[in-house]
Design a protein around this ligand. Structure first.
Ligand SMILES: Cc1ncc(COP(=O)(O)O)c(C=O)c1O
Length: 387
């Protein structure tokens, strides 16, 4: 029996059909699917990294091999995102969840105000964390709409002079995204003098964005930029001089910037994996090329929803996420059956988050076109049999 065939699903079903490489199509919301060539290279370099005779898991974080890996990762990240020299690229620990308190702790004075746009589960958590550091306000609250969409500008009520505005570009659980009709990034028009902070966990590097529109962008790596254990933080240099309070060194952006993300032993392997993913993104042709593919991939699934009276999507059309497609069948019983039968057909991790129920197909950069096609075909077939 091959290794792939011994895999077991979260559903506990039997092993089913497989992709061409013998693996399941993995629709997990995160940690999510990685490019297969990245996984293959990591397999080899766990044994011997860059012909050093030492595996990546065993290298010192100050050794020349890792020095080169870190510097290349930063340079490749800058190349992908066209990130100018007055922004720092940091690798930090504690997950995106830690950014929920690091942002206000580093950037917001106790008497200052920041506005939060609450567009989903994670944005709610972010707002909760910020409350202990300053006067934070919800400038828009998507809860009454069950987070089916993100707001129009006219619906947002700003404070008189917020230091920053926090937004979440893609709401992983509800499957909504800040987007224009062509899927490109739409930004709220924020009050003059404030800057944007963006949780880009689940759509970073899936489409072009201009980092100059933001003071801070952060993302846990485990969806589009590698594996769990590291978060990417892009921060404008002038913000590093803000010092609203004393903080332990490990919690200071300026210390992380000064020490090139190596104030202590950094997560060497996750940074290495991000470096491999960055090189993969460059080989794909960069963010424009990935965006075009992501639009086409998501359309395969949304087309099924739009031509069906059986499936209902959670997100309103204008806010539909290109990364996380959320939908349900007419009953919970059929949802359960869908998830089980999809598993038997080679597609895993399609169960929706407990907050939404139904199904969620996460189709990050590394999800192959064939995976989306397989899901769309399966959805049609399932509707034909059960609709
Ligand atoms: C949009 C968003 N923000 C924040 C988080 C939390 O990230 P972490 O688990 O790295 O703390 C997630 C996790 O899925 C997410 O999707």
């Amino acid at each position: 029996m091959s290794m792939a065939q011994t895999l077991r699903t979260n559903e506990g079903g039997s092993s089913g059909a497989r992709s061409a490489s013998g693996r399941m199509y993995n629709f997990s919301a995160g940690p999510g699917v990685l490019p297969e060539e990245v996984v293959r290279q990591a397999q080899e370099e766990i044994w011997d990294c860059r012909q050093s005779g030492i595996g990546i898991l065993e290298h010192s974080h100050r050794a020349p091999t890792f020095d080169a890996i870190l510097h290349e990762a930063v340079a490749d990240c800058r190349a992908i995102g066209d990130i100018p020299s007055d922004y720092h690229v940091l690798f930090m620990t504690g997950g995106a969840t830690s950014q929920n308190f690091l942002v206000p702790a580093n950037l917001l004075g106790q008497e200052e105000t920041a506005d939060y746009i609450t567009t989903g589960y994670w944005a709610e958590r972010t707002f909760e964390h910020a409350q202990m550091f300053g006067k934070v306000r919800e400038a828009w609250d998507g809860r009454p709409l069950a987070h089916r969409r993100v707001p129009e500008d006219a619906e947002i009520s700003w404070s008189s002079s917020p230091v920053y505005v926090h937004m979440c570009s893609n709401n992983t659980i509800y499957g909504t995204q800040w987007r224009l009709a062509d899927g490109s990034l739409r930004l709220p028009k924020i009050p003059p003098g404030s800057f944007l902070v963006c949780d880009m966990c689940s759509d970073i590097f899936s489409r072009p964005f201009d980092v100059r529109d933001f003071g801070v962008v952060y993302a846990g790596a485990q969806k589009n930029v590698g594996v769990a254990g590291v978060s990417l933080v892009l921060i404008r240099d002038d913000l590093l001089s803000r010092k609203p309070r004393e903080l332990p060194l490990m919690l200071q952006y300026r210390v992380m910037a000064r020490d090139e993300s190596r104030h202590n032993t950094p997560p060497v392997f996750p940074i290495y994996m991000s470096g491999l993913v960055f090189k993969w993104i460059l080989r794909q042709g960069g963010l424009g090329a990935l965006h075009a593919r992501n639009v086409a991939k998501a359309a395969l699934i949304y087309d099924v929803l739009d031509s069906s009276t059986f499936y209902t999507g959670h997100a309103e059309r204008a806010s539909r996420s290109l990364m996380n497609v959320t939908f349900r069948t007419p009953s919970e019983k059929l949802d359960d059956l869908f998830v089980r039968e999809a598993y038997d057909a080679g597609m895993d991790n399609l169960r929706g988050h407990r907050a939404t129920g139904g199904m969620r197909a996460s189709v990050y950069n590394a999800m192959p076109d064939e995976g989306c096609k397989a899901l769309a075909d399966f959805m049609r077939e399932f509707e034909r049999r059960h609709g």
